[in-house]
Write a protein that binds this ligand. Structure first.
Ligand SMILES: [Zn+2]
Length: 478
């Protein structure tokens, strides 16, 4: 057996802890190309479950799924100026097919605006064709050269990309709260997370968008990480791709567009927030195995104990996703450890004592608390417990984010706080020069301008001292 690596404490070195916890969970493996990741069954289950939660809400809202090709001819990718400027440094290109050089290079999609919108331009003719609200679930490639971190920063990731078209600005704007509401709801109900919703600055918005809104997270080491986002494109792409329609008066108009996404980075944020020194913790509603039963037996009572363990499984398997670990190769203690590292929210231990009292010992992964529970009451007990674990993870991560943002009133304090591993909440004049200077001095970039925190702003910009317009969070990022 491999010698276990020295465990790293989450509080002492988050970034090393994170890589170890995620990569030792058994959910993922490294791909052969640097910055790529393999999702094994329990890892892919997380993404499938997020998809299964988001997708029906999209459909209920009137958003339909489509599937566009992976390759984008170069001249399409270059049609919107800001868009290509934002992406050119990280596009992977196909230049050859078999033995022959291609006449035109093909981009492997970094995002699909420029392959979808030529088709939109053909399909949209009149106001009757609008709104057109399409989405696709796919993978994209961004050839980043920064140090990759599994899930948080990778060269290929999975996501949804919503691309919607409206006749009026008002209709387009109304979509924002609907879509961010869907993401917020899924984050809370499935990932047990609540992020900070707000608007990105012009420097940090999506390449080609007029405005970007995001749900942001502060990781346990004070670094910021961006979750789902929503981009208001206005008429920028419709002008570049000639997406026009005849309005009710027969006049030709440019359409208004939005795009939005949630990606597999969200899984990284979730595992980083909830895990502990033992490894990752999976919120119960996303766990492929919610309850793992570990039988504890000797040669003499093995048959009886396994029989009892499977009776217990049958009793609860209609209500929960249960697995009985019957493997002979390892001791119960070793199995306990492995399932803890895999983040399974609940373990039940079943030995001689439990069998004779018709009970099981229930262990919860988030608090390590153990309790003996009668098998007759087990289903009711477990449904309450899984709910409690979800709630506990949600509340803990919510307060963790709060403790990692420090409100600071002057530039020296800002620098100290960022150095000490905090994100900072500051007053800002709105000038992109000040934002750039802060980034240059501290490597902290702006996270977003949180909704609901913009009232009663009177004070000076943390950098230049001019009257402030916004309350904004800054932090080093993943
Ligand atoms: Zn300023």
């Amino acid at each position: 057996m491999e010698k276990p690596e020295k465990p790293i404490k989450k509080d002492e070195n988050f970034s090393e802890w994170y890589v170890q916890a995620v990569m030792h969970s058994g959910l993922f493996d490294y791909g052969e190309v640097s910055g790529t990741l393999i999702f094994r069954p329990d890892g892919y289950y997380l993404w499938e479950s997020i998809q299964k939660a988001v997708d029906p809400l999209f459909k209920e809202a009137g958003i339909q799924n489509v599937c566009f090709p992976l390759f984008i001819p170069k001249h399409f990718l270059e049609k919107e100026k800001e868009h290509i400027e934002g992406f050119s440094a990280e596009v992977a290109w196909v230049t050859r097919g078999g033995q022959s050089e291609l006449e035109e290079e093909l981009a492997v999609r970094p995002t699909s605006e420029t392959i979808m919108y030529p088709a939109y331009s053909k399909w949209i003719r009149s106001w009757r064709d609008l709104p057109m609200r399409y989405n696709q679930w796919n993978n994209v490639v961004r050839w980043e050269f920064r140090h990759p971190t599994p899930l948080l920063r990778s060269r290929e990731f999975l996501w949804n990309e919503g691309h919607t078209v409206f006749a009026t600005k008002e209709e387009a704007d109304a979509e924002r709260d609907q879509v961010l509401g869907i993401y917020k709801n899924v984050l809370k109900e499935y990932l047990a997370l609540e992020g900070i919703v707000g608007q990105k600055t012009d420097s940090e918005k999506f390449a080609g968008a007029e405005k970007t809104f995001s749900i942001e997270f502060i990781m346990p080491d004070g670094r910021i990480s961006q979750g789902p986002d929503f981009h208001v494109d206005g008429q920028k792409f419709s002008k570049a791709f000639d997406i026009t329609f005849l309005d009710k008066e027969g006049k030709r108009q440019y359409a208004y567009q939005n795009t939005f996404a949630i990606s597999t980075r969200m899984i990284g944020i979730m595992l980083g927030m909830h895990g502990d020194d033992k490894g990752i913790i999976i919120p119960p509603r996303l766990a492929r195995i919610q309850v793992v039963a570990v039988p504890i037996y000797s040669e003499e009572n093995k048959a009886e104990i396994l029989k009892y363990a499977n009776e217990v499984r049958e009793k609860i398997s209609n209500d929960f996703r249960v697995f009985v670990d019957e493997s002979d190769a390892y001791s119960p203690g070793w199995k306990f450890n492995e399932w803890e590292r895999a983040g399974v929210p609940v373990r039940i231990e079943i030995g001689k004592k439990e069998m004779s009292s018709k009970s099981v010992t229930v262990f919860r992964r988030d608090t390590f608390a153990k309790e003996n529970v009668e098998t007759a009451n087990l289903s009711i007990y477990l449904s309450k417990l899984l709910q409690e674990i979800h709630e506990n993870l949600y509340q803990k991560s919510k307060s963790l984010i709060k403790t990692k943002i420090m409100a600071v009133g002057n530039y020296e304090k800002l620098k100290e706080a960022v150095k000490a591993g905090y994100a900072v909440k500051v007053l800002w004049c709105g000038d992109k020069e000040c934002e750039a200077k802060i980034k240059e001095d501290t490597a902290a970039r702006s996270s977003n301008i949180p909704f609901g925190e913009q009232e009663n702003i009177n004070g000076a910009c943390v950098y230049c001292g001019k009257p402030a317009k916004y309350r904004i969070n800054f932090g080093r990022s993943y």
